[in-house]
Design a protein around this ligand. Sequence first.
Ligand code: PLP
Length: 473
Amino acid sequence: MEYQEIMERKRKITSTPVHPLPEETVNKIIKEFTQSHMKSKQLYDEALTCLTEGVQHNLSPNFPFPLAMDRGEGYKLWDIDGNEYIDYLMCGAPIILGHHFKPLDEKIAEHIRTKGPTTGLTSEYEILAAKQIKKMMPNIEKVRFVQSGSEAIMAALRIARANTGHEKIIKIEGNYHGWGDQTVIGLHIPGTGMMMSEGIPTECLSNTLTVMPNDFDGLRNTFEDAKKQGNVAACLVEANGGEAGTHPVHPDWNKYVRELCDEFGALMIMDEVITGFRIAKGGAQEYYGIKPDIVTLGKVLMHGYPSCGAVAGRAEVMDSLAGGEGSAAGSHAFVAGTLAANALSTMASYYALKFVEEYNAVDKAAAYAEKLTKELNDLFEARPDLPFFAYNQKSIIIYDTTAFFSVDINQPDAFMQIMNRMKVAKEYQLALTSKGVMNLAGSRMYTCMQHDENALTKTLETWEYLLSLIPKN
Ligand SMILES: Cc1ncc(COP(=O)(O)O)c(C=O)c1O
């Protein structure tokens, strides 16, 4: 689906009332769900005594309570009550080969059995993984492993400042770049400012300039204005649009960002934490044909194994990083991490990326997503009273039912709108989860190379069930 059509369809949803499930339907689902997920409920009650809010992961569906998982295999998950799910959360995007992918897991298990997890010093896997990344992303010359996507962003900003001597960074509203102090502004929904987090001193954001998505004039004006305040070090983008494409980019947007970065002596940071090795083997750089100066990586990079993150880019830019004992002094940018680049993580990275190539995982996962998106839209079309629709970029599917991410923040009742639309989307999500389909944030589905015809049939049946619960207008 093209950009203009997506935007029009989103506007249509946000400008018309939502279609809630009847209260008695929701109550019935909650009752049955609680009965069939008792162990998760009990674990959650216990977790409330020792974990903040009883749950840690920011992608955990919490309504009516978070589910505790037992295991994953291929495209399936099982919770501790034994309920089975067709998984489209995919760990929040890292999994593209399928859960518990044996050729990968066996390499890791064997390493732990014979050599232990890590030594704190260099292993050959750092070099093998870095070479594999370079092979798949030919724009990249040097790689530095860190411990998360959020850390990769923090490192990228430091590298950009060290290279340019400039201080300001430009962040696009609605783009997500982890939880670092300098980028937690306008998260999820463009224009929401610092609403998502307390505890960030305003000075931390004093060098962060924000621009609304696809605001071409706003972007130029921000670069111009920054000339008076120390200039722009970097413009940071989720190249496929904020929230993994929930806020799609205009077809000319990335090219324009690149041009303005060049014109104003800034670096372009492409956040490929989600898109890397998923939207194309070579990531969004390949998909859009744009050469960023710095790239941040995570997720598929280590395929579910921890300490997952890397910052990478052109050699002359990356060489501003310090490395090794004592080299932090001088004109280098300092980046560190006790477990960064440990043998297990980099081994996971090397083999995961090799398998992504060998099994043609990107194309297989994308082919399934194409099919599912089309079939979902066919289902939605059979309900012309509902404005629902889905679109995909390769193996990332976005579906809009209440479009809560797209509420115009300038409307007087914007906050109420967002809350109400989120509530209805959560109830839809519960209905789907209760029948064994696990999505992300009531609006997104990631696919892996193992999703098959059985998964497709079951997923469509489950969506049909949800649609049948929504009263006809
Ligand atoms: C585009 C993007 N950048 C950065 C991050 C942060 O990565 P991490 O959760 O590994 O810190 C995320 C996480 O979802 C992301 O989606």
